[in-house]
Structure formats: structure tokens, C-alpha cells
Design a binder for this molecule. Sequence first.
Ligand SMILES: [Zn+2]
Length: 1001
Amino acid sequence: MIPKGRVLALLTLVCVVLTITSSAQQEPRFDFYTRGPYREAVPRPQIVTRFDVGDFHTNYATMERVIERIAGAAPDRVRVFDIGETNEYRMMHLLAISAPENIQRLDQIKANIARLSDPRGLSPAEAQQLTASTPVIVWLNYTIHGNESASFEAMMQVVYQLAASDEQATQDVLKNTVALVNVCANPDGHERFVTWYNSVGVGNPEPSAAEHEEPWSIYGRNNHYRFNLNRDNIATSQVETRHMQRAYLEWNPQVFVDHHGQTSQFFFPPAGLPINPNLPPEMTARWLTAFGRANAAQFDARGWDFYVRDIFDLFYPGYWDSWPSLQGATGMTYETDGGGWKGLRWKRDDETIVTLRSAIAKHFIASLTTLETASRERAARLNDYYKFRQSAIEEGRSDKIKRFVILPGRDPGRAAELIENLLRAGIEVSVAQQSFRSQRAHDYSRADSPAGARDFPAGSYVVNLAQPQKRLAKALLEQNTEQDAAFQREQLARYARNQRRSRSAAREEYGFYDITSWSLPFAFGVETFWTEDAGAFAGESLRLTPRVVGTGDPSNSGRAAAIAAGIGGDALQMSAPALRGGVTAHASIAYIIPYDRNGAAALAYRLLRDDFKLAVTTRQLNAGGRDWPRGTIVVRVSRNPDALHERIASLARETGVEVLGVNSGFSEVGDTGIGSETVISLKRPRIIVVADEPVSQTSYGAMWWLFDRYGVDFTPMTVDAIKRARLDNYNVIIMPDGSAGRYFAALGKSGVDTLRGWVERGGTLVCVKGAAVFAALKDVNLTSARLVGSEDEETQKTEGTTPQQPTTTTPSTPAGESTSSTGAQTTAQPAQRTPQRTTQTGTGGAPAEPQVVREEANQTEKMDGAPPDLPPIASPSARPGRVPEAVPGAIMRATLDRTTPLTYGYDETTLPVLVDSGYFFRPSKEGTNALIFSGDENQPLRLAGFIWPDTERLLRGTSYVIEEPTGRGHVVLYAEDPNFRAIWRSTTRLFFNSFLFQPVF
Ligand SMILES: [Zn+2]
């Protein structure tokens, strides 16, 4: 009960708000307490929060008190499980809510579900008995995007309803389901958002009001390291993901709902195309439709707007709807229409008002309806779950792909990290004890490599697909995931029409929600085969060494645990001794650090950071009785203090690198030994990373995470600070991906001159993706490289029709979403923040393109409603086939120039890389093109994912990584982000090379 005085105060507040908004249409105030009777002992959330639903935002600690009070008052229905800490030391909680008789047998229920989830050795009769006697597990996931705040508030109302109500419908839900409520999937991001919003929000619905413009340093969508947690189920790099995956596999839910909030109207499934083809189509569609129809009935009854399908697909396996779906749950995304960046109140484009409270109400109803649907369909849903798991095993036995074999290779730590990813996702992996043979093995060298006989050595990792997690395993490991043909045809039709449109006409958006390829063997750069046979072999099942979760031990909590979570397969070290690094012997002359593992980059950096003296061989080196390739690192004992011996031994163990101790400088063969002139001293990198409005949050965050993990110090600096700082105290400036136009606007001519002067005095400027586009702008000219298609821009400029200069308008879409973007996004339409999960703006690589308002395109273009014809004429300003269309995340084969220090440590001739934009760089005329796309038309470039008809032709002969000398310094350009989502591990050393080896460029 709420004390009377408080109710009065709340009513007064309501009246004030109503008075202000009397002119605008606003939805009626939803009553959350009509579904009683309620148990008196259980407190309403408002008793603790001291404000009414949707009048303010609840912070994490207050929410924890709400949950604690409710759970304490309803122990018969509610159990609280702590599932692990975030980077900022907040505890994540999973609640199990069910009827008292279920709560008392939770372990039995878990065990029953676990048996259904692995049907091997389970008879049909037993399965039937289990489905008859076990509640269905429904996971309700809230606030994975921390600034989608209606989700957070709705959660507390759902928990209260389930814990307190004696209504018959609620009782039925409790009897037939175990509701697992993940109270907040992204506590750190949510806390940033609400602290900021609560302190500035006045409830002003005007879209241009300050409270709707979340600052760069807040941006609560992402977690501490600015990772989008709704993409991380592929790399599983973030602690929140790991905690949730561990809990998921403990409970094996049959229904999973991820609650979001940034669409214009409420969204729920059925999902749009494309659907991941590893999902059984009929079963998937049937359940999505069943839950969707039930929600629709409730929304229709209340006159609430919603939509289904559209652009919310189910393709990329790293979302929290597709990842559960691939394991047999009905995985769904719900998006509510208010709260978050829309604040307490928001004026829509038709001047009606959406409130935080009404957005909370919609999530509340959708959550409860989902539970009711699951409750009603309990036995059928459980039975289909069992069938899903069973048919997965059968398919694994009969499909063409029966097994993946993954070789540890030259960087066994990187392979082990890949294997850990699979184990965290509950995929069964074993390691071969003896060599074995496949008669029909395919390598990953090309899209359609032929089968051949192949022997695999002991130590190879084996993933047999005849296992319950087959569908997820295949989705993560297969070379390419096919997309629906009709979906692709539709995108190509839009492309054909766009090609004929003028430069300034609005272009049709494409339906790609995210990257179209992610194959882990490519991304990790680990040699992998798939085989058509799956003969017996001697293998041992791998397990992750369990990590203790919880408080008490600071070395095992929060950020410390995240950082210690290991370079080089730390968690697998128990079963794979080869992963352990160390020094072979106490050296009297030098230590040799082979540079073929990612861990070696960390080791070299950390020694430099500790002021030890290191050098790198620029020619093949002979030392310790063997040859070492260029790029091998030499630590001379004579140049270093005695502390070196102990330090290098401990760091080698930590980073998983085998270091050789050498006791003579004499080289047996060749012209390069430890004392040679061509072994060049390295300098300690002193690094600035730009951290400011133009910068993509996720690009910055992936770098930050990598640097923390590898122990790299850096100084985050705003653009203003860079303009006035003593830059000569630093020798490296890294500009993460970001909008080229906004970089230019923020730096201005004087800032560009400052950067240029610093580079000419000896600095190394590293530009990633959008920042590389910035460097290549004609008016910036920090490199001689130019974008393919930009010649047209320059012609335009002389004709005076299109502004070449990036405009100074800021900001545009939140930088965090910006995995790819046109160079100069200049419009500030808040509407653009809506649903696009990705950022394929589709306007090609050239900066200063006219901006398409994405929202309108999405709403007016229906997949099957678009006109079948081409525009009758191509506009005179159209340039079909001249400007690259942004590629929606395909994997392409690049060729390495192995004569440059940028590629030290790579002995392969080609490397699979991600192309996720239309930024194709013409080769540098003045510098080195370290990675290029072959001009040889007999070498197919595409390895996986979707590309446009002109992509390969335009990409051929362009550069992916460029190094160019300027004065005494250098500019290094990466066409794409080498640290993308922490999925891409094969380019980690390539990235380190740009600052570790700056003295030898
Ligand atoms: Zn979201």
C-alpha cells in the first residue's frame, strides 16, 4: 500500500503534468494494479522508489532494494540468484519466480529440463513423462541496452505482479512456468543513463530539448567497455555476456524475450527476413507467430499500435533472440516506443505524446502475455524443445557437414580462445589425443573448396555436429550462412533502382540489419576444416575450468576478473600445456621473443612500458642455433638491468609466449645475429586515443577493452585537448572509427595542421575506418590515398553543385552505432536512432553524401510492396558502378605485403578480413600498401557474406591497410576496424604493429 499522503502528492504531480500537456494527445494513464487481489505483505515498488511508475528513473541500487524487499516478502514464490559482477562491480541478479510447489523443487526442474535438452539416452516415454511433469522455463531479459529505460522499470512491475497477485491468470502462470527474470543485463550502461537523465530531464517532450541528446561519455546503450551486448554472443568477450550464457546453460529456457525500447511503435515477432537457415523453419515460424498473435490480441484490445516482421530479422547469431533460438528456445525481441532517449515524454512527428509510463505499460503487458501464452502452451512448447534438440543431433549425423576440425597452429592461444567461446556456449568440443584421418575434408581457402583426404595431428580440436548444440555450433563455425533468396533478390532490386538515382535523391534503404558473415575460423584467423565424414578418433572432451563468481576476493571481481580473463586461452590451460608460456633458460646474451602469437605483442609492449630495452630484427635472424623471421623481438641482456630475467619470465607465462634464452651472440649462418646493425631498437609507445563526439563508441570501446586486456596504457583525449596539449610527449595518436565529417568539423583546419605538424616531427597517426576517410579528404590530405568514388566528388566540387566540405553540423546518429557510416553524417534527426540495428547507410563510400532519413525509408518501403520497375531514366547525376555501395559485413580475402614491418609476425600470404562499408582506398602513391585486394581476376575475393554486383570489381586493386611517411613521422590507415566487436582476432597484431614498430617503418 502507498501511504495516503504520498498518493496525494503523486496526484498533484499528475495534474501538473496534465496541465502542461493539455494541447497534445497523450495516452491514458495506465493502471498497473488492476490484476489483484494482491498479497498485502508484498510491497509495491513505489514504496521503495518514492515515485510513481514512469515519473522518474530508478537507479540500480534502488532497484536492488525493490527486488530484495519483494523477494523477502514472497520467499514462497521468488528466489534470487547472483550471477556475476559487471566491470563496475555491480552484481547481476537472476530471479526465479514460480508457484511455491515449483520453487521447492527448482533443482529437480532444472534437472528435468537438462535431460530434455540432451535427448541422447532418453527414451520417448521418459521424454513424455518429463514434458508432462515439468513447468516451461521463460527467460525475461531486461535492459540489455542500458538507455532503453522503460524495460528496466517494467521489470519491477512484472516481478511485483508475479510475486504479489492472487489473480487466477497469474496463479496459472506460476503453476505452469518458471519465470526467470534477468533484472538488468547491462547495469553499468543503465546507471550512466539514468544518473545523467535524472539530473537534467525536465520532462520536456520537444525532440530538440537537451534531455534527448545523450552526451558521448554517457551513451548508456553500451556496457562499460562500450560494447553492444546484443551483438556479443559471437565473441563472448564481455563479462555480462559470460555471466548470462553461464546462467542460460544452467536453466535451458524454452522461451526467451529480450526487452528493448527505441522503435516508433511497439515491435514484437514474428521476425522479418532473413531467418538464420540453421533454424528449423516450420517450428520457428509457428512459435513466433503464436506468441505474436497472443500479444497482438492484447495490444488490439487496448488500441495500442505495434508492428511485426519489418527489419527485425533473425540472422546474425549474436543477438539475444537468435542465440537462444539456435538452442531451441523461442527467442524474441520486444521493442517499446517510449523512454530512453525519448525521456519521460516525447513528441512524435504527428505531435502526439508518448510517455515513459505508457512505454512501461506496453512492456508490462507484453511480458505477462508471453508468460500466459507459454503457460497455456506449456506441454507443446516443451515437447517441441525436446524435438528441436533431438533433430539437431540427427541432422548432425546426416547433414553434409559432420565435423569441424580446428588446428592450434602457430598461435595456439588464439585457437584456444576460439574454443573457449564454443565451450562457453555449451558446444561440445574434444581434443584429439592421436592423429586421425578424414577422407573428405574441405579447407576454408575458398568458398567452394573441394574435398580431399587429410591427416589431422594430435592436439587438433574437433567439433562433432551430432550433438544437441549442433545448430548453434554450425551457425558460428560454418564458412558462410545462406540468406533467403527472395530477401537477396529484393535487396538487389533496390540496389538497381538506387544506381539510377541522382546524388541528392533519397535512396532506398536495404534490409540488412547487421553484418552478413562472422565465421569464427576466419575472424580468429585459425586454420579450420569441415569434413563430410566423422570417423572414430581418440579424443578427450574439453571443459572450461570453472571460475568462482562472487564478491569477497577483489582479485576475482569485476574489472580485475575481466582483465585477468586471459590472453591465449587462459581457461583451457589445464588441459593444453602447449598454451603455457615461459622462458627456456636464463639468458646471458639475449632473449628471443618469437612474434607469431597475439600474446607476443602484449609481452613486447609490457616490457617497453616497464622501460626495458627491446629491438626487432628487420632481416632473418640466426640466434640460439636456429633462424628467426623478420619481426622477431630481441631483448639484449647487456642493455637491460638484472630485473629483466624475472620480469620476462613472469610476463611470458602471463601472455602465453615461449621465449628463448640465448647464451651466445654468434650466428651460425646468415648475415644477421643478435648484435647486427639491422636489429633495430624499439621505442616505448606513448599513446593518445581520441575520445570525443566524432568517435564511434564501439570502435573506441573495442580498443579500450583490448588495451586493458593486453596491459596497454593510453591517454584518452578530447579533440579540444588535442588541439592544445603538448603532443610531443606522445609518439602515437589513434583515431578510432568515426564520422569523417565530424572529425573534420571538430578539428577544423587548425586542428588538422596541429596533427600534421606533430606527424612531421616524428609522430605516428593511426586512423581507423571513418578516421581514415577523414585523413584522405582532399581538404585534410594527411595521406595521398583517396577513396574510390571520391574523384566524382571532386569533379562535383569544381562544378559547384555538391558541397565537398563536410558541414559543421553536429551531431548525427549516436556514434556507438556507427560500425559503418558515410563520411559526413550531418543530420540530427532523432528519428534516425530508431530501429536500424546496423548502420548500412547504403550511400556508398564517398563522404558528404546527402543523407537519407532512414526512418522514413524504413516505414515506406515494405519488402514486397516496392515497385518492381526501375526508374524510367537514370538521373544525369547518377554514377552507376562508380561509387562503391556499402557492403553489409562480408569476409573478403586480402593479400599481405610481407616486406613491411606492418605485417611482421604474419607468414601467410593472404588473410580473411571484414569489409563492412563502402570505404575502398586507392593504393597510396607515397607509402606502403600492407594489405591489398588482389587485382588478379582469377582470385575470387569473397569468402563469405553478401556483396553487391560491383563490389569485387571496385574492390580489386584497392588497399586495406596503408602506411605513409610524412616528414619524420607516419600515417597508418585501416580501411576497417581491426578490433571489430572483439570478434576479429586475426588482425590484433596487425593493429599492434602500427605502434610497436614505428621506429622501423
Ligand atoms: Zn535495444
